[in-house]
Design a protein around this ligand. Structure first.
Ligand code: HPA
Length: 244
């Protein structure tokens, strides 16, 4: 098994990773966000990719999700954990909280979202009933429990287009739809992994209360402060997961 981790805002690199190499790839879909970092975390080898590039420079709607996932398949990744900063909508989803979502709704648009787009011998419709691979989700949740790291097991992730944050009305609509979390990068990443039959799960780190849920405007200072705590817990969770 080769685990891959895609790190989002606040997780451009993992300091605890013992780096053993780097791979720069071109794919039929263009260039991935950054060179793939090969390394060992707690003695377990894995592949790390900075979703927004390193340094962080690619906004959510400009990420080449297809190249990122295709490259991981080429490198032999057999499971992927996507780590993402999100806004909290549900009452349980306060700042710095970690959630392992179970469902998603895609509100993004105009992104290259499928490998099955052109020149098809036949149209392929993947099953996406459970967008996050249940066995991988369970493994993360169990690793959290054994390591004593508090996580929320479940929730619905809503993926917006960004890069702007949402309006109060948009968040109300998302809450009515059943969303607990709002982020900008969860899709099409999860669906592309499924198209290539790579098990995929998400670790969401809450950076802020979503628009209108908390008081006043959302500031980058608040987001950065919460991500500092949240991402260090997410790294501890990844360390526990690779050992499980
Ligand atoms: N909305 C969307 N994406 C986000 C947010 C948010 O409030 N916070 C961090 N990523």
């Amino acid at each position: 098994m080769t685990l891959a981790i895609i790190g989002g805002t606040g997780l451009t690199q993992i300091e605890q990773l013992n780096i053993t190499g780097q791979r720069e790839l071109e794919t039929p879909f263009g260039a991935p966000s950054a060179p793939y970092v090969l390394g060992e975390l707690n003695g377990q080898s894995l592949i790390f990719l900075a979703r927004h590039g390193n340094p962080h420079r690619i906004p959510p709607h400009k990420i080449n999700y297809r190249a990122n996932i295709w490259g991981l398949k080429q490198l032999g990744a057999t499971e992927i954990i996507g780590v993402a900063a999100v806004g909290g909508i549900g009452a349980e989803m306060g700042p710095a909280r970690i959630a392992i979502p179970e469902q998603l709704i895609d509100y993004s648009y105009g992104r290259e979202h499928s490998f099955f787009a052109d020149d098809l011998a036949h149209v392929t419709h993947i099953d996406f009933t459970e967008p996050y691979t249940p066995s991988l989700r369970r493994r993360i949740v169990q690793a959290a429990a054994s390591a004593g790291i508090e996580v929320y097991d479940g929730g619905v992730y809503g993926c917006t287009q960004g890069p702007r944050l949402e309006t109060v009305a948009e968040i109300k609509r998302m809450a009515n739809d059943g969303c607990d979390l709002v982020g900008m990068t969860g899709m099409p990443e999860a669906a592309l992994a499924r198209e290539l039959e790579i098990p995929y799960a998400n670790i969401s780190v809450v950076a802020n209360w979503a628009a209108g849920i908390g008081e006043g405007e959302i500031t980058m200072a608040e987001i950065e402060k919460n991500l500092l705590t949240g991402m260090s817990n997410a790294i501890a969770l990844l360390q526990a997961t690779v050992l499980s």
